[in-house]
Design a protein around this ligand. Sequence first.
Ligand code: AHM
Ligand code: MG
Length: 340
Amino acid sequence: MEQTQFMTLARHIIEEQSKYPGATGELSKLLHDLSLAAKVISLEVNKAGLADIIGFTGDNNVHGEQVKKLDVFAHDMMVRAMEHGGHLSVMASEEEEDIIRIPNKFKIGKYVLLFDPLDGSSNIDANVSIGTIFSIYRRVSPDGSHGTMEDCTQQGIKQVAAGYVIYGSSTMLVYTAGAGTHGFTLDPAFGEFILSHPNIQTPKKSKIYSINEGNYLYWHPGLKKYIKYLQDEDKASKRPYSARYIGSMVADIHRNLLYGGIFMYPADSRNPDGKLRLQYECNPMAFIVEQAGGRASNGKQRVMEIKPEKLHQRVPIFIGSEEDVKTVEKFIAESEVTVS
Ligand code: AHM
Ligand code: MG
């Protein structure tokens, strides 16, 4: 086994960044600030089960302070941890309708941060894994001024880094800065993220599919055919596939990234744009999965090439093992020819 002990996230980021001529170290500092926010959110998530004992969320706690809902807490923590670093020009969060300006008292930087502070939050009370997703861009608005909506609606291919933190049986941070996808596990004793999954390579073909099959009735005919195909028997192509669906994107994609699999949140007749958000969920996951050798598409087009038209845009997504994503694209294209 490759020796990875004692490679902390902080050291890994600095070593990776030093390979880029002209790197100022700003991105390293920004990622370091993000990892601090992740540690605080992780602590809070781990005590979520105690909320009923120490006071319901929304109530006052024993100190007479208002106990925030966990997703609101995570949002506030991200903003507070990131606004004063001097690296950002603007932020946007799935939890806030408008872009988030950097207060005037702080230095304005050259990066843009988009995040989903706590994805899958409907799973919190059941003690199921949830996660934080982030995406970093270089600003396109002029330096020195406040960032703009244009900064927050860039194509995913412009991302300079992206990652997620999964609060599971242990807390992990997985990130890419365009040179592979790397996973770090939080050591609760040291409070450090330690490199545990260097250069993750996702299998090119899998045996697992992840989709909310309860929506079957509303699917595109091509998707119905594809799922039926996965359920048919064919030893050569390892069918039937197994289904695994947690309903927590970070957890579903994390498992598939490690073992191989295709995760889908398609458009359907009730939700013509799907459910998941392009900038906070789909683009960062697409960058991470592509850097691990996988593929991410909206069924017709590479997710990261879609030009966002608005901040909270939704898109259908098919993401994971390359061959599986290509196969579903084929089914969708073929059935479109038949329908028209
Ligand atoms: P959220 O941002 O409100 O938490 O919703 C996103 C979550 C994803 O984590 C998950 O993949 C999806 O919603 C599950 O949706 P559904 O319950 O429709 O299957
Ligand atoms: Mg979300």
